[in-house]
Design a protein around this ligand. Sequence first.
Ligand code: DGL
Length: 275
Amino acid sequence: MNNTNDKSDTVLNHTDCRPIGIFDSGVGGLSIVKCIAKQLPNEHLIYLADHLHAPYGDKSTAFITDRVNIIAKILIQRQIKALVIACNTATVNAIDQLRKRITIPIIGVEPAIKPAAIYSKIKRVGILVTQATATNGRFLALVKKHSIDVEVIIQPCPGLVELIEQGDINSYQCGSLLHNYLSPLLAKKVDTIVLGCTHYPFLLSKIQNIIGHNMKIMDTAAPVTKELHRQLQKNQLCQADQNQGKLELYSSNPSTLIEKTCSDLIGHPITLKYF
Ligand code: DGL
């Protein structure tokens, strides 16, 4: 056997069965979990939802940073091999300081402004975000970077996350809030809308009912999963055994209602444990 074969055998045989840690303020990050579980079915996933402190969208950077650090510590104690911050608000507010201190791969979620700016034919893009993302310096710098020949309209959406958490997406209140938040984007005649919060993909059909099916809607689950896969491969962290990966769900404030919301969003019954 020559050296080249020896090397490729080593790479192929290498497997890392440690879990991937994923978290959000609540159930929103499950939109990312669903994509990861589908694309990387061998991987064991541990999801933490910080319900006791949700939503993050009306909190300060200091508060969000504190929560991110506490949750990262809990997940690292569970021997995770990579961390996915499945939350735009937590990413823009706290990822930089976390990356300076933690050596495992950290994958964040940032609104898909760049692909939207490239895609938009009329160069007018709308972006739905939480209040804490809308005012964040890192987010505003990202918008500025991609606004050279594109108009980006930022629309904060207070109240939507709470309704999704309560499983109230079919309510009159949810429809009315969506109308209020989408109207300015329709008035500006954008042709592309970015979902800049991981909760919002769960409102996709409601959004389409209002704006129709001709407008492009972008979320970040697929690119985040792709980046996670790239990092796992690069660092030889993939779970190569053909076992079905497990999904464990934890909440800082579990309840029967939240467990039902999680089950509905994931598409099968799940058990929610306390962390
Ligand atoms: N799902 C989160 C995000 O992507 C957090 C929303 C919130 O807690 O306000 O921003």
